[in-house]
Design a protein around this ligand. Structure first.
Ligand code: SAM
Length: 401
């Protein structure tokens, strides 16, 4: 075995030709290390994560923890999340001082974090491997409220004032269900429009490339959200410290504001947490909609939304969901389906309707009003974390005129 690990050396070669995991393991490890090198290059602007990945690309022993990952999960972000979770749980360990999410962005020292981080990897190897073997990463990004708020305003434009029962598919901890409780800044060239609750302690913000703020300002605004129900295969209870810490660990500590926003949203929603049901987003959609309509009654405008969740289910299942929603619409006077998903993912939303500008997230609305299936509204694209939006609330009118 390499003896250099405890000494903090950054070069630990695989000990023999095949390595301790055999030829297949050696190949896999080589692939893993290439992915660390690619991550370091792609995210060179992230001081901590690019540095760690640069070292991991050359440090076979530290990188090898990722061999324990489940099939398809051996990605650098899983290794990084496992380490992040460890320092969030053990803020006293030397490695933690390099994490802005632990000590604050201004308190991170200058220098190379690798010796401390490497030591932490060595000392906690077993628990890190266990976590890598049993977990996957997922992004719960509260700043997605930027595009959700705009989509909600568009979905409700023709039924303004009707109370909304909001249903989120793939809701995880349900943080996006609190969209109307956050302050959502749309930062335009001329001015900033704040949607939802300007006094909220949770601030979300996105550059408004198409001046959607001005268009929304002239419209009826956001509808009142009176019920919120999430649906997820593995809902996360906001009171479950371990589960919430893992979601936090999946966020990148290098990006200022992300972890802080997550924490403040959690604190706010814990005072009145949304219901998140355990279930499949296709098989259990009826149950979720029924639950959401319980309190407001049958006249509520039901808005079903999905943000980076449909993409996890196979294409035929997405079509099944569309069929189920169409069936539900016979019984719901106003039903809308707000999707923020990769191009080509949401049924009925033509990918060629949007210009691909690197955002990777297409925001669109389907609407059923009584017996009528209205024409889909493709709003445009945005950054997957809501950092910018290129949405146009008049998109449908423009397209059909
Ligand atoms: C990337 S997270 C998105 C969380 C949240 N929607 C957001 O945008 O921040 C995707 C979520 O979808 C859930 N999910 C994946 N497949 C699902 C399915 N078939 N039914 C219900 N939830 C599912 C996962 O458990 C995970 O919580």
């Amino acid at each position: 075995m390499p003896t250099s690990f405890a000494s903090g050396s950054t070069a630990s070669p695989v000990p023999d030709e095949a390595g301790p995991h055999g030829r297949e393991g050696a190949d896999r490890l080589a692939r893993i290390q290439r992915r660390f090198a690619e991550f370091a290059a792609e995210y060179a602007a992230l001081p901590l994560y690019s540095t760690l990945c640069r070292h991991l690309a050359r440090d076979a022993e530290a990188a090898s923890l990722l061999i324990a990952a489940r099939p398809g999960q051996a990605r650098p972000v899983l290794w990084l999340a496992a380490l992040h979770e460890l320092v969030l749980r053990r803020p006293d360990m030397p490695a933690a001082r390099w994490y802005p999410s632990v000590v604050g962005h201004d308190a991170v020292p200058h220098g190379d974090p690798w010796p401390d981080v490497r030591r932490a990897v060595l000392e906690h190897r077993d628990e890190l491997v266990e976590r890598i073997a049993t977990h996957g990463t997922q992004t719960n990004e509260v700043n997605r409220a930027v595009y959700v708020a705009v989509g909600l305003a568009v979905a409700a434009a023709d039924v303004a004032g009707t109370p909304v029962a909001l249903v989120e598919l793939g809701a995880s901890a349900g943080l996006l269900l609190g969209v109307d409780r956050y302050a959502v800044d749309l930062v335009g060239a001329e001015r900033t429009l704040t949607l939802c609750d300007p006094a909220s302690p949770v601030r979300c913000s996105g550059i408004d490339r198409a001046e959607v703020g001005a268009q929304l300002d002239a419209g009826p605004g956001l509808p009142p959200v009176v019920a919120r129900v999430g649906l997820d295969l593995s809902p996360v209870d906001l009171d479950d410290e371990d589960a919430v810490r893992w979601l936090e660990a999946c966020l990148w500590p290098d990006v200022p504001g992300r972890v802080e926003r997550f924490r403040s949203a959690r604190a706010l929603l814990r005072t009145d947490p949304p219901v998140v049901l355990a279930g499949d987003l296709v098989d259990d959609i009826d149950r979720a909609v029924r639950r959401a309509r319980e309190a407001p009654g049958p006249d509520a405008h039901v808005v079903v939304m999905s943000s980076w969740a449909l993409t996890y289910v196979a294409a035929p299942r997405r079509l099944e969901l569309e069929t189920r929603l169409r069936t539900l619409a016979r019984d719901v006077p106003a039903l809308s389906w707000l999707t923020a998903e990769p191009p080509g993912c949401a049924p009925g939303i033509a990918a060629d309707d949007v210009r691909e500008d690197g955002g990777g997230t297409v925001v669109a609305v389907r609407r059923w009003r009584g017996a009528r299936d209205l024409e889909p509204v493709v709003l445009g694209t945005c950054n997957p974390h809501g950092q910018w939006i290129d949405l146009n609330v008049g998109a449908r009118d423009n397209r059909t005129s």
